[in-house]
Design a protein around this ligand. Structure first.
Ligand code: DLL
Length: 426
């Protein structure tokens, strides 16, 4: 089932013509309206074919930092109707902004993704992604409303309440991070509720990696078919790509987001079927269009036709990151953020280890061990520990466990310091 049959099944030749036309218009627009791009595009010939993409400059997360908050806007701020911000950057977040047309575009790509999973206006969508600056909640909410489904903006919050609402309202669709989906499954089990009391049919899980084993478990324990969805705030939020019922890769909404894979070290383009860093160009966004944005996500691309009839390229699941970003309970966490928070607390040494765990069916745990600067009494250590924990939690916006240990207690590594021990299965 398609939301936009014409665009989703467009022939490759026609699609590429459309992409080139849009890319050419984008380059002109960026050079005219965004000082950063005017500078970085200076002296570069406008693209004559899609192959010329490789000669265009990249955009990175640093670009967002350098132009915080509104320096990358391609329209006057007055035309912006929505602002979101990504979590996970040290200090100031990456700000993204949408015009009214961008909101319509977001609704369209989200509607395609939900329709590919069989969602229609008859469905009731329980949306457990967080509403707020994070794009997950409002993005899925917008898509569900565009499709015409009854949308429940449940957002984050008490798990028991989610379970009650899903049961009482007869939710047929669940949108959540995969780790939270498992928490919901467990809560249903713990409450001794029979799955037969729920009407769940499909679920859209994204914002963090999900192993095949985890996906099977979610499907079995919630009695639904799971669809992976991918996106990132800088590009639009969720809606960049999503699975169809073949579950053989995530279709990228390629008439709006042009995808490439590059070597993460050299930045050289790779042939699509080689694993590398996904680079995305927004072809139609008005408020904050981006040229060749380095996502830091490792994927490979599959241009073979899909049995579902969609002609768009499919990306693999996200295989990993090219940087050290961790995703803990759907929140992006950079070790450097934790380090900066720890270093701002008096009494701590710059020696720490971050442990990430996923105990069976639990949300990820983040535990930080950090050394005290000097040996101190238990009371003093406990007080430092309290301050440090508060500081880190305020910085990351999630709960952590933090233990202050004695000076020199942490193992020293021979080479690079091992700061992160990720004990989650992959
Ligand atoms: O996570 C947008 C989103 C919300 C996508 C809800 C899907 C569902 P950010 O907070 O900017 O945006 O984080 C983007 O999360 O670069 C990936 O590393 C990771 N990520 C997103 N979706 C997936 C996925 C949202 N399906 C970063 N699988 C991206 C693995 C994902 N990683």
């Amino acid at each position: 089932m398609y939301w936009n049959r014409v665009k989703e099944t467009i022939g490759r030749d026609e699609l590429e013509r459309l992409q080139l036309e849009r890319l050419q218009a984008l380059v002109l627009r960026l050079a005219a309206d965004v000082p950063f791009y005017r500078e970085s595009l200076a002296g570069i010939d406008p693209p004559r074919s899609l192959d010329d993409l490789a000669s265009l400059p990249f955009t990175t997360k640093q670009t967002f930092r350098d132009h915080y908050p509104f320096g990358l806007l391609a329209v006057p701020r007055e035309r912006i109707v929505r602002v979101h911000a990504s979590s996970g950057t040290t200090g100031r977040p990456a700000v993204v902004a949408y015009t009214r047309d961008d909101m319509a575009l977001w609704g369209e790509v989200m509607a395609r993704l939900l329709t590919a999973g069989g969602v229609t206006s008859s469905d009731l969508v329980h949306n457990a992604y967080g509403y707020g600056l994070f794009t997950g909640g409002l993005g899925f909410g917008l898509g569900a409303e565009t499709v015409g489904a009854s949308t429940v903006p449940a957002s984050g919050g008490h798990t028991a309440r989610h379970v009650m609402l899903m049961e009482d309202f007869g939710a047929t669709v669940l949108c959540a991070t995969p780790s939270y989906a498992l928490v919901l499954a467990e809560a249903i089990d713990e409450a001794g509720l029979d799955l037969a009391r729920f009407n769940l049919r499909v679920g859209f899980f994204g914002a963090e990696p999900c192993t095949e084993a985890m996906r099977e478990e979610i499907e079995e324990r919630l009695g639904l078919e799971a669809f992976d969805s991918y996106g990132l705030g800088e590009i639009i939020g969720p809606g960049v790509s999503g699975e169809c019922s073949e579950h053989r890769g995530l279709h990228i909404a390629e008439d709006h987001f042009l995808a490439e894979v590059v070597d993460p070290d050299s930045g050289e383009p790779l042939s699509g079927d080689t694993e590398g860093e996904l680079v995305l160009t927004t072809l139609t966004k008005q408020g904050l269009p981006l040229l060749r944005y380095r996502t830091r996500d490792r994927v490979w691309l599959n241009y073979e036709p899909c049995a579902c009839g969609r002609t768009s390229v499919r990306m693999s699941k996200v295989i990993g990151r090219t940087d050290d970003m961790l995703i803990v309970r759907g929140v992006n966490v950079f070790p450097t953020q934790i380090e900066a928070a720890l270093l701002s607390v008096d009494g701590l040494a710059p020696q720490y280890v971050i442990f990430v765990d996923r105990r069976q069916n639990r949300l990820d745990d983040l535990e930080i061990h950090v050394e005290a600067l000097v040996s101190a009494s238990d009371d003093v250590t406990a007080e430092i520990q309290k301050r440090a924990q508060k500081k880190v939690e305020e910085t990351l916006g999630i709960r952590v466990k933090l233990r202050v240990v004695q000076p020199k207690e942490l193992e020293r590594s021979q080479g690079k310091a091992v700061r992160v021990v990720d004990r989650r299965e992959n």
